[in-house]
Design a protein around this ligand. Structure first.
Ligand code: ES4
Ligand code: ZN
Length: 322
């Protein structure tokens, strides 16, 4: 699917293919508990979000240097550009790296160099990308605030903040203060909500964190009043079809509620989440929903246009992509 589109929900750490896990492990002298790429790949059978997060955080141990972050990001941009992505807003999880002693400058410099390299050498000069710093919601609000403070010298290269990791038991309300601070600093705001957690978390993300997009949001369908509000306000939802199936929200892609979200008149986008783990990048998510949910070309065009509209690009760049 080569319809021009923006990817609004991708975790850079989730783009690390098993081959790169092994390559970086060798280069950085990190011992892996698997003997081969095939064995690692065979572990990618998840029952829920936590079972995925356990292996996702474990694999991150191989990411150590600025160069690692640069190569990871450049590789992601090259692949997603091949799949029609013209703009990407990329999540990263600094707390996970700081915990291993990797410092904020190595992380942000590496990621931004990777964006430059990916754009100029592979993806083509038409591609753009931005970074969104995510707070880990299963860590404390204080840790999130400390992370934001550490990121302050780099805010010229960070467009916004997000909220990710284990959702249930970690409501958006826990992070009201740090999102307020982020907004004061001029950052945009998004948050994962309603992936495994209840529709109420989507409301909290909107009312307390004042997010401009909701990441996932699929559980909003449990709450008709919330659906009305999402429609009225045209709040973008960054839906990740292959991710939702691999993490057990739906038994098969044919059971995904994406068509219902669209029929309700919501502003839906299609994204890859953690493509190295869930079986596909943005284009592959588009092809999969076309095949298994019967979305028409016209509907897919609409979803792609939504992604441009829902991005943090300025008005001229949006018109150029529409
Ligand atoms: C994530 Cl699929 C998903 N959900 C929540 N947090 C995440 N971090 C990386 N992938
Ligand atoms: Zn996600």
């Amino acid at each position: 699917m080569d319809i021009p589109k923006a990817e609004l929900h991708v975790h850079i750490e989730g783009t690390m293919e098993p081959e790169m896990v092994f390559e970086l492990a060798r280069r950085n002298d990190v011992e892996l508990p698997y003997s081969s790429v095939a064995e690692l790949r065979s572990r990618y059978e998840f029952s829920d979000l936590q079972s995925f997060l356990d292996i996702y955080y474990a694999n991150m141990a191989v990411l150590r240097t600025r160069r690692d972050f640069r190569e990871l990001t450049a590789a992601y941009l090259r692949e997603s550009a091949r799949q029609g992505v013209r703009h990407a807003e990329i999540f990263f999880d600094p707390q996970a790296h700081l915990a291993r002693g990797v410092e904020m400058p190595a992380i942000v410099d590496g990621l931004s160099e990777g964006i430059t390299e990916g754009i100029t050498e592979g993806a083509g000069s038409g591609v753009t990308a931005e970074l969104i710093l995510c707070f880990l919601r299963d860590q404390s609000a204080e840790s999130a605030m400390d992370t934001l403070r550490l990121a302050e010298p780099f805010l010229d290269r960070i467009i916004g903040v997000g909220l990710d990791s284990a959702e249930v038991g970690h409501p958006p309300s826990k992070f009201t203060e740090v999102f307020d601070r982020a907004r004061e600093l001029g950052l945009r705001a998004v948050a994962h909500a309603g992936e495994e957690g209840p529709a109420e978390y989507v409301r909290e993300a909107l009312d307390l964190l004042r997010v401009e997009r909701v990441d996932h949001g699929i559980r909003a369908l449990d709450d008709p009043e919330l659906v009305d509000r999402l429609r009225r306000e045209q709040v973008p939802l960054t839906v990740c079809p292959l991710s939702n199936v691999r993490l057990g929200s739906f038994s098969h892609l044919s059971q995904h509620t994406l068509p219902r979200l669209m029929a309700e008149g919501l502003m839906v986008t299609i994204n890859s989440d953690d493509p190295a783990y869930f079986g596909g990048y943005a284009g592959e998510n588009f092809s999969a929903v076309r095949e298994h949910l019967g979305l028409t070309r016209e509907q897919l065009r609409q979803v792609a246009a939504n992604s441009v509209q829902a991005s943090f690009l300025d008005r001229e760049r949006k018109s150029a992509l529409l």
